[in-house]
Design a protein around this ligand. Structure first.
Ligand SMILES: Cc1cc2nc3c(=O)[nH]c(=O)nc-3n(C[C@H](O)[C@H](O)[C@H](O)COP(=O)(O)OP(=O)(O)OC[C@H]3O[C@@H](n4cnc5c(N)ncnc54)[C@H](O)[C@@H]3O)c2cc1C
Ligand code: FES
Length: 340
C-alpha cells in the first residue's frame, strides 16, 4: 500500500510505497529533497514530519538533538511512511544550496557509444552520495592536482551511478587514459556537483535545447528530469554533430520524441555523407532558421565554446532575454594549464 506525502511550503505531492524511505520516494518522483549521505549519518535530509512513520533497520537518529526529536524532526533517508504525511522541508531550488563534496568513486561500467565517445558509470561509496541538479557537472581530480570537467548525464531520480559521456581529446592528459588504459573497478576521485547549468523547473516557457557533440550529456539529464516531472511545455532538442555516427544515442532521442508529443528532436550534421536527408550545417544556424523570435522561450546550450558563443547571438538576433540563456561551455582544461 502506498501513502501520500505532501511537502510544505512547496506543495509537492507524491506517493511512498511500502519498503521505501521518504527520501527515496521523493527522489524517484523528481523532487529535489535535500540529502547528503543517504545513510543516516549527515542529517542533511532532516525535516519536521506530521503523521506516522517508522525508522528502517532499527536505525537510531543520532544526527538529531533532543530539541529536534521533541519537535518531531525526522531523518527522512531512514524513515518509512506508515500513514499519509505532511513534511516541512525546503526543497533544493538552486545549485548554491547543494554542498560540494570530494569523494572516491568506482568505475562500475564502461560502454563505447561511438569511436570517440565512452560512457562511464561511477558508483559512490556506500556511506556517501552526491545530490545534484539535472545538468550539473563533476570534476575528476588527478594526483598531480589537475582536474577535468565532465557533465552528469543521468537525472537525479535515477542516481544509482553517475553517468558520464567522455569524448576522446587526442593528445589530451586524461581522456586517452579512459580510452586506452581504464578498466572497470578503477577508482576516480571526483568533486561535485558543480555549475549553474540546470533545469529551471519554475519556468513555464517553451524550451529550446542545443547540444554539440558530448554536450548531449547534460541535456540528456535535463530532458530525463523534465519527463520525470511531467513538464508540459514544448521541448525542441537540436543536436549538432559532424556525421551521423556521432549522434551516439540517436535511438534514445528518437524515443523521447516518439513517446512525448511535447518533445521534438532535430539532429543537425555539419559534415553529412551523401544520402542524409535531415538538417545540415551548423546547429545554431538551424535554430536561428527555425526561430525568428525566441523572446518567450528558454534556451539551454551545452558543448564546444565556439557553438555556445554562436548560440548566444540569439540574445541580440532573436530577442532572447539574456537571463533566459543557460549554457555550459566545454572549455578544454589543458589549454589553461600549459603544455604537459
Ligand atoms: C563544465 C564542463 C563540462 C564538460 N563536460 C564534458 C562532457 O560531458 N563530456 C566531454 O567529453 N567533455 C566535457 N567537457 C570538456 C572536457 O573537460 C575536456 O575535453 C577535457 O579537458 C579533456 O581532457 P584531456 O585531459 O583529455 O585533454 P586536455 O589535456 O585538457 O587537452 C589537451 C590539449 O589538446 C588541445 N585540444 C585537443 N582537442 C581540442 C579541441 N577539440 N578543441 C580545442 N583544443 C583541443 C588543447 O589545446 C589542450 O591543450 C566539459 C568541460 C567543461 C568546462
Ligand atoms: S542523514 Fe544523510 S542524507 Fe539522510
Amino acid at each position: 500500500m502506498a501513502n501520500r506525502i505532501e511537502l510544505q511550503p512547496s506543495g509537492h505531492q507524491f506517493e511512498s510505497k511500502a519498503g521505501e524511505n521518504i527520501l527515496e520516494s521523493a527522489l524517484e518522483h523528481g523532487v529535489a529533497f535535500p540529502y547528503g549521505c543517504k545513510n543516516g549519518f549527515c542529517g542533511a535530509c532532516k525535516a519536521k514530519v506530521s503523521g506516522d512513520y517508522e525508522y528502517q533497520d532499527e536505525y537510531k537518529p543520532q544526527p538529531l538533538t533532543e530539541e529536534e526529536l521533541d519537535e518531531g524532526v525526522v531523518i527522512c533517508c531512514k524513515a518509512e511512511a506508515k500513514s499519509d504525511l505532511t513534511i516541512e522541508v525546503e526543497v533544493v531550488k538552486g545549485a548554491d544550496e547543494i554542498k560540494v563534496h570530494t569523494m572516491p568513486t568506482k568505475v562500475v561500467k564502461m560502454e563505447k557509444l561511438a569511436d570517440d565517445v565512452v560512457r562511464l558509470y561511477l558508483k559512490t561509496p556506500d556511506n556517501e552520495s552526491m545530490q545534484f541538479l539535472a545538468g550539473q557537472y563533476i570534476e575528476v581530480l588527478m594526483e598531480d592536482g589537475k582536474r577535468r570537467a565532465f557533465s552528469i548525464a543521468n537525472a537525479p531520480h535515477n542516481n544509482d551511478a553517475i553517468e558520464l559521456h567522455i569524448r576522446l581529446v587526442e593528445g589530451g592528459y586524461f581522456t586517452p587514459h579512459v580510452f586506452n588504459e581504464m578498466t572497470e573497478k578503477e577508482i576516480l576521485r571526483i568533486e561535485g556537483p558543480l555549475g549553474g547549468f540546470y533545469l529551471r523547473e519554475d519556468s513555464r516557457n517553451d524550451i529550446v535545447m542545443v547540444a554539440g557533440g558530448t554536450g548531449f550529456a547534460p541535456i540528456k539529464g535535463i530532458i530525463e528530469h523534465a519527463i520525470e516531472l511531467g513538464m508540459k511545455q514544448t521541448i525542441h532538442l537540436y543536436w549538432g554533430v559532424r556525421g551521423e555516427k556521432d549522434i551516439y544515442l540517436k535511438e534514445l532521442a528518437e524515443q523521447w520524441a516518439a513517446e512525448h508529443e511535447n518533445i521534438n528532436f532535430v539532429p543537425v550534421l555539419s559534415d553529412a555523407a551523401e544520402g542524409w536527408e535531415g538538417r545540415t550545417g551548423y546547429v545554431h544556424e538551424a535554430v536561428f532558421e527555425d526561430f525568428y523570435d525566441l523572446s518567450g522561450r528558454d534556451l539551454y546550450v551545452a558543448g564546444p565554446p565556439v557553438m555556445v558563443n554562436a548560440c548566444k547571438e540569439a540574445c541580440t538576433q532573436r530577442k532572447l532575454p539574456e537571463k533566459r540563456f543557460y549554457s555550459d561551455s566545454f572549455e578544454i582544461a589543458g589549454k589553461s594549464e600549459g603544455k604537459k
